[in-house]
Each structure stands twice: as structure tokens, then as C-alpha cells.
Ligand binder design. Structure first.
Ligand SMILES: C[S@@+](CC[C@H](N)C(=O)[O-])C[C@H]1O[C@@H](n2cnc3c(N)ncnc32)[C@H](O)[C@@H]1O
Length: 220
């Protein structure tokens, strides 16, 4: 929740986004993106949903993949174009400006190897997430996978109580500044499994509410 409030704020200044998020997460988000990229194979066709400034997609390209980055925000995509130019990887990255709720409008069934995402799904309601992951399942090739990382509701009772206290304290200032309330995702794993994916791994980062879920579409 704290992360989202901060991120919505920095999304209004995309040129500061990468540095701000790195600072806020103590470098954890870079580790998560590196870990996701390490699970990409050369020649994979990858879709990054909510690609933002393109940093995850660029790491996937460095592994030999071709990437399509989809995002709804023109200002984030402007930064993405700058980063691609700097990295020299522009020709391996296609930019798609649209909402991730429209995946099937742009991708054929069974056309992608991997769908990745960091810090996006927490901005969407459960209803949209169920729809998005069903569409992800349709557009992935048999055996294709999703690698999704976000802030989730803590799973242990002690962590949940602490988290609720912090959320309670932050709710009023957060709403006053952003006019929006944020809640970490409950049961990200269940939502992804409910769309038809077999859950291969659920990794939780120590001392944080970040989780990475790897789900695989059946190969038959
Ligand atoms: C917190 S940023 C994360 C950016 C990037 N994934 C990263 O980890 O650095 C959230 C991104 O999701 C995008 N986003 C939010 N809702 C979206 C939607 N419905 N469709 C496409 N992009 C969306 C925002 O524009 C923003 O770039």
C-alpha cells in the first residue's frame, strides 16, 4: 500500500520513476527484475504488461528475448523510448499503448512464450485481474509461463496485524493526497491458478511484501 501511494505519485514524474522506486524498495525491485529475466530463455517472445519505463523488458532483451511492452501511460512510454535509445535495444522492443484489459485485441491465441509484470497488477481490481489472467492464458503458447511480481497481503498472522496497523495510520494522509485508497493483493497465487495456470513457484522476498509467482500453462 505504501509502495503504491508512492508509485502513483512518482508516475506523475516518470523521469524520476526508476530512481525513486529503486530508493523506496532498497534496490529490491532491481533484484526481482533480474530474477525474472534469469527465467527467460533466448528467443522467447515476451510481453511485459504495464512495462512503465521499460527496465524489466530491457533485462529480458539482454537475455536474448524479443519484448513487447504494453502500458496505458504516454508519459511512462516516453521514458521507455528514451531508455531503449540509451540501451541500444530499440529494435528488439515493440511498444504498445493500450490497457492490459485489452490483451486479446492485440495478440493471437497461443502466440507468446512468457508474460512478465512487476508492480502493476496491484493497481487493478480482482475482477479485472481475473479477466486479464484468463486472457494471458489464452495468448500464451502451450507450456508458456507468467512471471508476476507485486506487493501482496502478508500471509502470516503477525505480519498481517503489523501491516493492518500501518495501513490504518496511512489511510487518511494517503487518501488526502491521492484521492485513492490502495490495498495489496489478496491471493495473487489463487487468482493466477484460477485462470488455469499451474503454480510452479511462489517466492516471497524477506522483510517485504513482494511476491513473485511463476505459473505455467499446460503443454497439451
Ligand atoms: C508502478 S508502475 C510499474 C512499471 C514497471 N512495470 C516497473 O516495474 O517499473 C505501474 C505501471 O502500470 C501501468 N498501468 C496501470 N494500469 C494499467 C492498465 N490498465 N493498462 C496498462 N498499463 C497500466 C502504469 O501506467 C504504470 O506504468
Amino acid at each position: 500500500m505504501l509502495m503504491y501511494s508512492w508509485m502513483v505519485w512518482v508516475e506523475h514524474a516518470p523521469e524520476r520513476y526508476d530512481v525513486s522506486v529503486k530508493l523506496l524498495t532498497g534496490g529490491k525491485i532491481d533484484q526481482i527484475k533480474t530474477e525474472i529475466a534469469s527465467r527467460i530463455s533466448p528467443s522467447d517472445e515476451v510481453l511485459d504488461i504495464g512495462c512503465g519505463t521499460g527496465s524489466l523488458g530491457i533485462k529480458c532483451i539482454e537475455r536474448g528475448a524479443r519484448v513487447c511492452g504494453m502500458d496505458i501511460s504516454e508519459s511512462m512510454l516516453k521514458e521507455c523510448r528514451k531508455n531503449l535509445e540509451r540501451s541500444g535495444h530499440g529494435d528488439q522492443f515493440t511498444i504498445l499503448k493500450d490497457s492490459v484489459t485489452n490483451l486479446k485485441k492485440h495478440f493471437e491465441p497461443a502466440s507468446l512464450d512468457v508474460i512478465v509484470s512487476t508492480m502493476v497488477v496491484g493497481e487493478l481490481s480482482r475482477h479485472y485481474l481475473e479477466h486479464i489472467f484468463r486472457e494471458c492464458h489464452d495468448i500464451l503458447k502451450p507450456g508458456g509461463k507468467v512471471l508476476i511480481s507485486d506487493e501482496v497481503w502478508p500471509e502470516t498472522p503477525v505480519a498481517r496485524v503489523l501491516f493492518q496497523i500501518v495501513m490504518g495510520l496511512m489511510w487518511v494522509p494517503q487518501f488526502a493526497i491521492l484521492r485513492r485508497a490502495f490495498f495489496p493483493i489478496k491471493d495473487l497465487k489463487g487468482i493466477i491458478a484460477g485462470a488455469g495456470f499451474e503454480i510452479i513457484e511462489k517466492k516471497t522476498w524477506p522483510m517485504s511484501s513482494f511476491q513473485l509467482i511463476e505459473g505455467r500453462k499446460s503443454s497439451v
